[in-house]
Design a protein. Structure first.
Length: 436
């Protein structure tokens, strides 16, 4: 990272470089292979079975396998298609995200089988991270994979937040919401989790397969009604059969959060300060409709630029969390939470000078696309007009990916192997009288 530019040296290139430094520092802080080694439990008297689901599970598994070469160790973890890497003695499966596929169901069955028949001398290490809900599924009752896929699509399009979606998933599963931990008894279960959930609730990470669940069937019914979620008949039958999740698990089972959005934002703030910016962290659990949050953040940035509130320039306003995109019929363009947030932000800023922004998913994939997010600059709308791109039309069609691709402002990192939710950074380069 270079030293901070002078007050007159905040060129477009300098602002872009600092924004990438901030984002990259946040992602690096959640390196799963490094984080997992800081929280390893005591080695077992018997064997160790490693299981895992999520975008960071492979890196965690590989680090654990290498560190525990003297332990009798087996296991299986599942990650997203295209993100395979070897993990020593631990088998690696690939499945689909965000909508589960046949390999997601196969992973659920294989992982459940791996923890059967253990003794009290054995140890199960569960490596959980974002994406695990779709990557490891085991439909309950008479539900089929097609039923599970239909539920997932309805949830993703509903506008429900991640905690609400996971509450529904857990009650329609034969493995989530603590059920996997029950299957491993009497072995001790230690869960090492990388949080992508606002508030870092371990019961919500990958739908909490090894964590007692506090959500209830009543909660699920309320969510389904409020968001008008269509359920296949088999799914409705599971809920009607009182498929409640376990509320208490054995006292010997423990959960440790090894990386989290709050820690990523702290690393981002440190990078911003190194660049000569005053960092302001708004929080790591900000939710809401992506485009609406873009409008709100534009208002905060404008206030900071003109009035020095809530922070004086040069500054970096940082936030995390997981917003939502509610998609109506006929509106399914290309894009994700972060590019939609940025398009709403750009429209609200209306080309105002001295304000730049980057938003990206820490896993490197915004929605289902090949970009982590994008960058907004003061001339974003002007360059779009030159390219005959109407920002409001693209926003209405939820086609924010295509908009930023059209002006060359997508941020591509490739899969990062971790997931601590979204990272948003708004850079205000000048303010007060300088901004007049």
């Amino acid at each position: 990272m270079s030293d901070a530019p002078s007050p007159t040296g905040w060129t477009d290139a300098a602002a872009r470089a600092v924004l990438r430094d901030i984002f990259d520092a946040a992602v690096a802080s959640a390196d799963p292979g490094v984080a997992v080694l800081r929280y390893l439990p005591d080695k077992p008297k018997g064997r160790c079975v490693v299981i895992g689901a999520g975008k960071a599970s492979v890196a965690m598994a590989a680090a654990l396998d290498k560190a525990w070469g003297d332990v009798k160790l087996t296991g299986v973890v599942v990650t997203r298609h295209g993100q395979y890497a070897p993990a020593g003695r631990i088998e690696v499966l690939e499945a689909s995200h965000p909508t589960p596929d046949a390999m997601s169901e196969e992973a659920g069955r294989r992982i459940l089988a791996a923890v059967k028949g253990l003794t009290a001398d054995d140890l199960v290490v569960a490596l959980m991270s974002g994406g695990g809900s779709a990557l490891m599924v085991l439909p309950a009752g008479e539900m089929t994979l097609a039923d599970k896929q239909a539920v997932n699509r309805s949830l993703l399009a509903s506008g429900a937040n991640i905690v609400e979606m996971n509450a529904v998933r857990k009650h329609l599963s034969g493995i989530k919401g603590g059920r996997l931990a029950l299957a491993a008894h009497p072995a001790r279960v230690v869960t090492l989790a990388i949080s992508d959930i606002p508030g870092d609730d371990p019961a919500a990470i990958a739908s909490g397969p090894t964590v007692a669940d506090s959500t209830t069937l009543a909660d699920v019914h309320e969510i389904i009604v409020r968001y008008k979620i269509d359920l296949p008949p088999a799914a409705s039958a599971v809920l009607a059969a009182n498929n409640e999740t376990p509320k208490i698990l054995p006292a010997q089972d423990t959960v440790r959060i090894i990386a989290a959005p709050s820690l990523a934002l702290a690393a981002a703030a440190k990078a911003a300060a190194k660049a000569g910016l005053t960092p302001l962290i708004l929080g790591d659990a900000i939710e809401g409709e992506s485009r609406e949050l873009g409008i709100v953040m534009a208002g905060i940035a404008r206030s900071g630029r003109l009035n020095g509130l809530p922070v004086k320039a040069p500054a970096a306003i940082l936030s995390g969390g997981e917003t939502t995109v509610t998609i109506g019929r006929g509106q399914a363009g290309r894009g994700g939470r972060n590019t939609e947030f940025l398009l709403g932000f750009a429209i609200a800023m209306a080309g105002e000078p001295d304000v730049f922004a980057l938003a990206g998913d820490s896993d490197g994939i915004d929605g289902t696309e090949d970009a982590a997010g994008a960058i907004v600059t003061p001339d974003t709308l002007a360059r779009a007009r030159s390219a005959n791109l109407d920002p409001r039309s693209y926003l209405a069609a939820h086609d924010s990916y295509s908009f930023f691709a059209g002006i060359g402002d997508l941020v591509r990192t490739g899969p990062t192997g971790t997931n601590v939710n979204d990272i948003r950074a708004v850079l205000i380069t000048r303010g007060g009288r300088q901004a007049e």
